[in-house]
Design a binder for this molecule. Structure first.
Ligand code: ZN
Length: 336
């Protein structure tokens, strides 16, 4: 079973991070166990600072006094090549997931929405999600919660936000042949779409992605730059000018990246959940991305009902950056 790698990365638009109104104290909290050899002592502190910062975007579910998540952060050499490199991978915590009404909820979303009673026995050492970070001497990390002072460096905090949000449910888990990646019972058996996937819409067939045939699903995931693969949801559309959100669907399928798990470049502007991230920029979740998280059940602090401020001005710059300074690509693109 592939509980897979969600690659992260993000292109960026400079200086467009949304200013968030944050509560005095976060009500969702995240703790982490960090293993492996970190590239520097500052790195692990930055990881923790990033998780604490991200937690302030989210609030407990109705009726819940608090919600705590545990993360496993692992430093490892994920490789490097001149063609690009992976900054981080994320996955749902081990095999902890549940289906409800033939829809798959990965942790921690399952625990958040349905409570401990529906959770596969967490037990000792329970983790909600696992993130791998690339410790390679050629990966120039920056360890601040802000724009890197060196334009060539990569914001570790931004990568942590991206991967963590994947682990919180911004994850489709669809295979290139159109099948869902998860079985409803963890082994053999019928497959269930993730909650995220149930929000995907096929503009080619004009119906829900889950209503498509296997061949139709396969086709829309490689529909190209003018992506027909959209995310639909009340809050997302309110934050996107009334429109569904275009999702990344390059003409060649990229496992765990172009399956509906990232926002399309054609959306323009700045975004944390684009498929790659450029050097020299610091990204936090946009209102649109928080709205999408609201559509899958999270409560977020920043009201998604407020339309996103225009972020289109820098798109040309973003493309220019992408051509010359893209720092990231998925691991499978890297040639050994
Ligand atoms: Zn990603």
């Amino acid at each position: 079973m592939r509980l897979a790698k969600l690659f992260l990365a993000v292109p960026v638009a400079l200086g467009l991070s949304t200013a968030l109104v944050r509560p005095a104290s976060a009500q969702v909290s995240i703790s982490a166990n960090i293993t492996g050899t970190a590239p520097s002592a500052s790195a692990n502190q930055d990881v923790m600072d990033a998780l604490n910062f991200l937690a302030t975007d989210f609030a407990p579910n109705t009726g819940s006094s608090a919600f705590h998540m545990t993360a496993s952060i692992q430093w490892a050499d994920l490789g490097f090549s001149s063609g690009g490199y992976t900054l981080g991978d994320s996955s749902a915590g081990s095999s902890f997931y549940q289906t409800h009404n033939n829809t798959l909820y990965i942790n921690p979303l399952d625990r958040y929405l349905f409570g401990a009673a529906s959770t596969v026995n967490p037990g000792a050492g329970y983790t909600d999600f696992t993130i791998e970070l690339n410790n390679n001497s050629q990966v120039p990390w920056d360890y601040t919660l802000g724009a890197p002072s060196n334009f060539n460096n990569i914001s570790l905090a931004s990568v942590m936000y991206h991967e963590s949000i994947h682990s919180m449910g911004f994850a489709a888990f669809n295979d290139s042949d159109g099948n869902y990646s998860f079985s409803t019972n963890g082994g053999a058996g019928s497959l269930a779409p993730t909650l995220w996937t149930t929000h995907l819409f096929d503009a080619t067939t004009n119906q829900a992605f889950t209503a498509d045939t296997l061949a139709q699903r396969q086709a829309v995931m490689v529909s190209g730059s003018n992506s027909k693969l959209l995310f639909t949801g009340t809050d997302a559309q309110a934050a996107n000018g009334g429109n569904r959100v275009a999702m990344y669907a390059p003409t060649t399928f990229e496992t765990s990246s172009s399956d509906g798990s990232h926002i399309a470049f054609s959306q323009g502007g700045a975004g944390l959940l684009y498929p790659s991230i450029s050097n020299g920029v610091y990204l936090t979740p946009t209102k649109l991305e928080l709205a999408m998280m609201q559509d899958i059940g999270w409560r977020t602090i920043n009201s998604p009902a407020v339309p996103e401020a225009s972020t289109t001005a820098s798109f040309g710059l973003l493309l220019a950056l992408g051509l010359g300074g893209f720092a990231v690509a998925r691991r499978r693109h890297v040639k050994a």
